[in-house]
Design a protein around this ligand. Sequence first.
Ligand SMILES: *[C@@H]1O[C@H](CO)[C@@H](O)[C@H](O)[C@H]1NC(C)=O
Ligand SMILES: [Ca+2]
Length: 328
Amino acid sequence: MIYLRNMLLLVALLSIVPSSVPDELESHEYMKREHSLIKPYQGTGTSVPYWDFLGSTMVTANYIRLTGDIQSLKGALWNKVPCRVRYWEVQIQFKVHGRGKELFGDGFAFWYVKDPMQSGHVFGSKDYFTGLVIVADTYSNHNSAHKHGHPYVSAMINNGTQHYDHDRDGTHTQLGGCQSKFRNLDHDTHISIKYIKDTLTVSTSIENTRVFKECFTVKGVQLPTGYYFGVSAATGDLADNHDIVSIKAYDLVSLEGDEVLEDRSQVVPAASFFEPPRDHLDDPKPSGLTMWKKIILLILGIGGICGAIFIGGLFYAKQKEQQRKRFY
Ligand SMILES: *[C@@H]1O[C@H](CO)[C@@H](O)[C@H](O)[C@H]1NC(C)=O
Ligand SMILES: [Ca+2]
């Protein structure tokens, strides 16, 4: 009986592990309209409220194309309103696709930086930036020493002094990363970037499950308030369509109920942890198990152990009985 109760408790605990479902957040009231980009994009006239464009960026009814599947393009989309929210989550629905089967590139990036609207060599935006970049890199330099596969999602924090090194796919400055096969998929693809209490969590939803799966989490990440969100993309010798369908920014302060009113506007971007560049192991094979399958396996496992204990107990009792029989 006690086993059953513990088991039920465990199952109950496991089933409340938070997992953000795109649908769930979509409907909640914490969305910040001034940092979000949703359809229909255009207000009155041709401008998109709250957003600026650079380079090859093109607005259509259903997506905003940062670059087309054409060589040597750079495009960007920048939020005009600085983010004053301390804890936030940004969910981006994107689509990266093109004709290339083996050769395509270069990828796109999400930014939270001090200086927006600066074109440059890091996926269409400025190198030696101040702030955060999340890179969705579709092209891997074959000479680079890392062993991970591509496309690859990674994060970098910069105080303006560090260079993003394409030759090494940014691996020697990255905070964390994961392989993510988000390209040329028929269903919707999303990425979530969550910054709360100095912890950065990047997740993706690319398997048509409408659930976000964690890519990586880094603690000790210092970012100020008052920077700007943006997305940018670039093509080089290789190309792809880099499309943004929506950007939804959420205020997580009210969700957290944290009342500490600390001024975070002067914080210098920093991270206490850098992944050593040479220690990359191959990405572990995704287990392909959903939460429910894991729970069922767990129940079966616990059931198995309980069964073994029960049978063991029976066996022991029987032996005892036989011993007793022998004695009397
Ligand atoms: C900028 O970052 C580099 C690398 O993390 C660090 O060595 C340097 O001290 C930082 N500079 C400032 C002003 O924070
Ligand atoms: Ca690359």
